[in-house]
Design a protein around this ligand. Structure first.
Ligand SMILES: [Zn+2]
Length: 179
């Protein structure tokens, strides 16, 4: 997408017109990095984080914590992901923490710790924003639509499983996306 198009879209109010939620709140360079990464599925969320200047590490975290983002000594941020969760779940959590970085950087302060329900010290509205952008990252709208076009009108369990595998997300996440 040309930058010009992005700019003209920014002025519109309807976020549904853009592939990435809250894109008007994301700086142009970061947005371009995301646009580039979501062209290929499964989206390489670790590489996306790296390209955004973030560090990602697998960490031994308490069972009820999926991940966190916190400032690193010096500058920048590190995302820690619970090493005991499934790969699909870890991918979504990385995208969720990336979303906090993109949308809520000024609220990270000492860190945002996300429970398994993606609840934190932040409001549920803010957590919902992070989940929505995370879904746009791991299940890009255009790619999902293109895949759905290959199926019959009603998606059954098998189709949702296929899609989930293709995008490397949980079946539940994909069911919500296509529901
Ligand atoms: Zn969160």
């Amino acid at each position: 997408m040309a930058l010009k198009d992005l700019r003209s879209r920014k002025k519109r109010r309807a976020p549904t017109l853009t592939e990435i939620s809250f894109s008007h709140r994301i700086n142009g360079n970061d947005l371009a990095v995301i646009q580039r990464h979501i062209k290929n599925v499964p989206v390489k969320v670790g590489a996306l984080a790296t390209d955004l200047g973030l560090k990602v590490v697998l960490a031994t975290l308490p069972m009820n914590i999926s991940g966190l983002i916190q400032p690193e000594d010096g500058d920048g941020f590190v995302i820690k992901i619970n090493r005991f969760e499934s790969k699909e779940r870890q991918r979504f959590t990385i995208a969720h923490e990336i979303s906090h970085y993109l949308l809520h950087r000024d609220r990270i302060n000492a860190g945002i710790i996300d429970s398994v329900l993606y609840r934190s010290k932040l409001s549920s509205r803010i957590e919902a924003e992070a989940n929505r952008l995370a879904a746009d990252i791991v299940m890009p709208r255009q790619a999902v639509s293109a895949e759905m076009a290959n199926f019959a009108k009603d998606l059954g369990d098998d189709e949702i499983s296929d899609l989930a595998e293709k995008f490397q997300v949980s079946k539940q996440a994909m069911a919500i996306r296509v529901g």
